[in-house]
Structures are given as structure tokens and as C-alpha cells.
Design a binder for this molecule. Structure first.
Ligand SMILES: [Zn+2]
Length: 298
């Protein structure tokens, strides 16, 4: 940016730049969001054009993803419009009981797609197939990929990290582990404090970079996104979508989620069964930071 600014100093020189501040996810590699969000401070007066049409995601998905990323007030405002027809729900959330059930749940969901294709209930996409991205927050999430033998010849499944998926697209996107806690999304692994000294300034909004990363994940899909989570370990991003968009979370059998979001609207935890000397009760996963409690319903 400093080089570009120096090059255009002389009269008669102009700068034309294209970027998307909503997809700025490479701060770890030195990407500086202020090139877009503070463009005029960097380069002086400029004419800003907004690209507000997408040819990929259906409108309902654009609305969920766009609303989510713009919860951070420092992102540039825009409304993305789409003419892509929607096929099935834009975003759905599936809850499994524990870690070990994720792989099996994904396989069942993909077998359902295969059956719907075979029965003519679902239209194939390019090459008479449908494409699926399994998008991991971490490279280790590729462990949820079933073996090729278990997959259909009409479904192309590819694993990518969300970072690696930028610029790519598939019919369906699956996030295998949208959870809080260990190896969570949003990631709570702090950047190396030494490395931080060399990185461009981040923004103050909590999990701002992870929020943009989640936006990138959602907007890879041409048809829809499935978020897989674990009971009582819902990611704060999932809790936010339940609160702000009324997103329903259900088990693969279609039963409503038993994970209860914390009643404190500022808390991103959920209420889980706990025991005290007075007997069992529901307490917030963010205890002792949050002391919300509820009676255990029998
Ligand atoms: Zn709480």
C-alpha cells in the first residue's frame, strides 16, 4: 500500500483497486484490512463502486452471510443481490451427541443427497453430479472425510480448509465441527505474541477475523450450507445465528436440539446439566464468567 501510494504521488497518475473487506482473512500473512475500510485515508479522495451482485449463492444465503459479517460495524456496508434460484434450505444445522458421531452423520447426509439425485428429487449440477466442500477450520478436520469407497460416483466431495477455499465454490458446503471449546470455530487459539508485533492492526470487534472467515465459508455454496455441531458445545457463531436468524438446530433424525442457549443475550454459552449439593440443575458453559442457571426439566 505504501508503494502504491508512492507511485501515484506525481500528477496524472491514478490507482484502481478491487477488493472485498468482508473476505479479509489473511491477517496472519500481513493482510491489512484498512486498505479497503480506510481507502481514502490511505490514498486520498477516491470514487468507490460497490459490486453488489453475486452469481453464486441464492439470495437467502447472501442475506444470512451478509447480515452476519456486517454485525461488525467496521465492515463496509452493502447489500448483495442474487438471481440464483434457491434449492433447499440456505443454511441448516445438524446436532450430533458427540465427536464420534460427526463422520457418520456427514455420510448419512451425503447418502441422502445421493438418494435424492437417484430418485430425481434433486437436480444434478455440472457434469451430471453435485459437488460438496467439506470445509475445516483446521487441517486436522479432514479426519471427517469418509473413505472414497463409501461415496457415490455422482457426488464429488473435497476437503479444504476455509482459508484454502477462498475463491472456490461448490454446490453444497458442510462445516464438520461448528463447536466451542477445543479446536473451535471461532478459533480461540491466540496468535503468537511475538508474531503479533509484526502483524497489521486488527479490529477491536470480538472474533472479527474469524467472523470474516465464517462468511467466506458460508459463501462458497451455490445451493446451501450444513453446519454440524455437537450437543452442549455449540459455537458462539451458531448461537448467534439461532438468536438473530431463528436458525433451527435439529438432530439427523429431525428432533429439535436439546442445547439451550444461555438466557443472557450477551453470553454466547449454552445451559448444560450440572450438579451441586442441592441437586442437578442447568448451568451456563461459560461459568464462572456467566452465572446463569435454570431448573432442570424432568
Ligand atoms: Zn451464559
Amino acid at each position: 500500500m505504501r508503494l502504491a501510494r508512492a507511485l501515484i504521488k506525481a500528477p496524472g497518475r491514478h490507482l484502481f483497486a478491487v477488493g472485498d473487506d468482508w473476505q479479509s482473512i489473511n491477517r496472519f500473512a500481513g493482510a491489512d484490512l484498512s486498505a479497503m475500510t480506510s481507502f481514502e485515508e490511505w490514498f486520498g479522495h477516491g470514487h468507490i463502486l460497490r459490486l453488489e451482485r453475486t452469481f453464486r449463492c441464492p439470495q437467502s444465503l447472501c442475506d444470512v452471510a451478509g447480515g452476519f459479517v456486517q454485525a461488525n460495524p467496521s465492515q463496509l456496508k452493502k447489500r448483495v443481490a442474487s438471481d440464483t434460484p434457491s434449492i433447499g434450505p440456505a443454511v441448516r444445522a445438524v446436532e450430533v451427541a458427540n465427536e464420534d458421531q460427526i463422520k457418520g452423520a456427514l455420510l448419512r447426509l451425503w447418502q441422502q443427497i445421493h438418494q435424492d439425485l437417484a430418485a430425481g428429487k434433486l437436480a444434478p449440477s455440472r457434469g451430471n453430479k453435485v459437488s460438496i466442500f467439506l470445509l475445516g477450520r483446521y487441517r486436522r478436520d479432514d479426519c471427517y472425510l469418509p473413505s472414497w469407497a463409501q461415496l457415490s460416483d455422482r457426488i464429488d466431495v473435497r476437503f479444504q480448509t476455509v482459508h484454502g477455499s477462498k475463491g472456490l465454490e461448490a454446490d453444497y458446503v458442510f462445516l464438520p465441527r461448528l463447536v466451542s471449546g477445543y479446536y473451535s470455530f471461532p478459533s480461540t487459539i491466540a496468535d503468537d505474541p511475538v508474531l503479533l508485533l509484526a502483524l497489521p492492526a486488527g479490529d477491536d470487534f470480538p472474533f472479527a477475523e474469524e467472523r470474516r472467515l465464517f462468511y467466506v465459508a458460508l459463501t462458497r455454496a451455490r445451493r446451501g450450507v450444513t453446519l454440524v455441531t455437537i450437543q452442549h458445545q455449540h459455537s458462539p457463531f451458531l448461537t448467534e445465528l439461532r438468536r438473530t436468524r431463528g436458525l433451527e438446530v435439529a438432530t439427523i433424525e429431525g428432533e429439535a436440539s436439546r442445547t439451550i442457549p444461555c438466557p443472557d443475550p450477551k453470553c454466547d454459552g449454552s445451559l448444560v446439566p450440572r450438579k451441586s449439593r442441592y441437586g442437578p440443575f442447568l448451568g451456563c458453559t461459560n461459568y464462572p464468567r456467566c452465572e446463569q442457571k435454570a431448573k432442570l426439566k424432568r
